[in-house]
Design a protein around this ligand. Structure first.
Ligand code: SF4
Ligand code: SF4
Length: 181
């Protein structure tokens, strides 16, 4: 008996008191992805990277909004969304307690405004993504005028950018031809 008690004291407590005390997880534990709508620019990089289709992005042109969503019931906690996010808006937490009473509670959504092309007026991206790109590219500008040009360029949809590029190429080729005459 004494031998057994000695062994028990030597081993210590082998079980945890969870759920009455918090369960400790390792520092690299991959738990519930947490999304910060303030940091999110609705770029959709995470939705493309997600292998489980737990993330989604839908656009409502009528309402002028883009909705980001996550369905925790489908998440496999792989961390691809965290790796793909350019702004650190989504990261895996140490939370593993995902039980809810209703299926709907496993969804989280965030709504963003659309950006409209300054040339043709068609919605083409989220307003926050356009502002993010303009600000990022603006850091390479050497003058305030150049920064303004970059901002205006960022507010043009890909289709109009293509047309502008074609026009520019045609103009410079015409100029070269006239110079060679
Ligand atoms: S952790 Fe993986 S499965 Fe879950 S939302 Fe992120 S990318 Fe998708
Ligand atoms: S990658 Fe990041 S910024 Fe882009 S939609 Fe996902 S959470 Fe938002």
């Amino acid at each position: 008996m004494l031998k057994l008690l000695r062994e028990v004291f030597r081993t210590g407590e082998a079980t945890h008191k969870y759920p009455f005390a918090p369960a400790e997880v390792s520092k690299d534990f991959r738990g519930k992805p947490e999304h910060d709508p303030v940091l999110c620019i609705a770029c959709a990089a995470c939705t493309i990277a997600c292998p489980a289709n737990a993330l989604g992005m839908t656009t409502d042109v009528e309402a002028g909004t883009r909705t980001w969503s996550i369905f925790y019931g489908q998440c496999v906690f792989c961390g691809r969304c965290e790796e793909a996010c350019p702004t650190g808006a989504i990261s895996l937490s140490s939370d593993f307690e995902l039980a809810v009473g209703r299926r709907d509670d496993l969804f989280k959504r965030a709504i963003f405004n659309l950006a409209y092309c300054r040339s043709c007026g068609v919605p083409f991206s989220s307003a926050k993504e356009v502002a993010y790109v303009a600000q990022l590219l603006g850091t390479y500008a050497t003058t305030p005028e150049e920064a303004e040009r970059i901002r205006q360029h960022a507010e043009i949809c890909p289709e109009c950018k293509r047309k502008l590029d074609v026009e520019q190429v045609a103009r410079s080729s015409l100029t070269r031809q006239m110079e060679n005459m």
